[in-house]
Write a protein of this length. Structure first.
Length: 85
């Protein structure tokens, strides 16, 4: 198998910041050896991150506080997914 047959996969670089239509601020991505999903909103909320078959889901978080979902990671071919609720 030659180098031309290798397809690199990378975890989503981070932090990325979005401002959902529902309100609040959502930060997510891979940085400092973790995949992360952080969400801060003016109502009860939460966040989730998935990496391969692992999942981290925050508790239901109070308005104005940051929900935190994190998993340790290294750059790999795992399927990283990020969510807020």
């Amino acid at each position: 198998m030659g180098e031309d047959n290798i397809e690199p996969y990378w975890l989503a670089p981070g932090p990325m910041t979005r401002y959902p239509a529902e309100g609040g601020t959502w930060e997510y991505g891979f940085w400092n050896a973790k995949v992360r999903s952080y969400y801060t909103a003016d109502q009860s909320h939460g966040s989730t991150v998935k990496l391969g078959n692992k999942e981290s889901r925050s508790i239901d978080t109070a308005a104005g506080k940051k929900s935190i979902a994190e998993l340790w990671a290294v750059q790999s071919d795992k399927d990283d997914q990020y969510f807020y609720r």
